[in-house]
Design a protein around this ligand. Sequence first.
Ligand code: CA
Length: 377
Amino acid sequence: MADKGEHRRTTRRRFLHGAAVGAAGATLAGCTGSAPADGSAPAVQGNKRVTWRLASSFPRSLDTLFGCAETLAESLESMSGGMFRVRPYPAGELVPAFNVLDAVQQGTAQVGHSASYYYIGKNPALAFDAGLPFGLTARQQHSWLYEGGGADTLAPVFADFNVRSFPAGSTGVQMGGWFRREVNSLSDLSGLRMRIPGLGGQVMDRLGVNVQQIPGGEIFPALERGAIDATEWVGPYDDERLGFHKIAKHYYYPGWWEPGPTLSFYVNEKAWSSLSVEQQRMFRAASTEASMRMTAQYDAVNPPALKRLLDGGARLAPFPEDVMRAAEKASFELFEEQAAADAGYRNVYEPWKKVREGAYRWSSISEVAYSSFAIRP
Ligand code: CA
């Protein structure tokens, strides 16, 4: 009986909570305040008008990536009845591509849109927010960040930058990139000049690759004039736009350095705390929608892009087993060295490693078990 009473009280609390949300919703729909002369939504009591600037690390031409920031802006504007506006600026318009975290930290932009592994020079633990070589898949990374303790584990790392981070979608497993000549064994990587940034580049360096750092717009000419032998980028849809298949025919997979790279929305702490509870809830909802839609979009646009690339003469090949094994070993040697040298890194790495172990075990008898039987090339 006591249980039943508790159940009734819980139901009552839920009902009251629902009623409160309903009332707030009615208010947000514009039941109070007078309409401004410009025809925009009327001011709402308790929810002041918010206009934020968003600095993105991505150009407008990468429509899947930049589109995630646009989805956030559209969703916030429509669910707030025009009261919460975010204006997305592509890379270079407000600040340069790799200055987004600094811009949000300093408040130049209230919100940023970037990939946290761009900033591992500031703190190597930031890599975990985006993903690591042989790390989590998109699904596992989302599970960790949204529900598995990842946000709390990373919060102190972001607090040092006066920022909080929200997931902003994943490309899914990336491709290994375009090679002018075949890679048949580990020894073929020796001295190969490859454009590959970040941690993947650090691991490739350990495998004997001559690693090059080249911004997106300069990769094609470098490949064309033979300054590099190979390059990675994202996957079929984005790669096709940069035209690498016209020069380098061998398209390797998988991009083991990016099994589930996840982008981020950074929000300046002061800007966040100036929002009402309803507006914070709106931001969480809108960013989750944008994140989910981008991840879904990649799985929709990649299959036809891959078909076009193969019809155009691209030759698909998996990385040889000895390359995969050596890369996996070198990756964890690198992580262990960083954990030994840096307590802040270790505080993220240790729980992440446990989460990865559990996620891999579960995945091995669910997604992987099913896929390895039913999903054949
Ligand atoms: Ca990449």
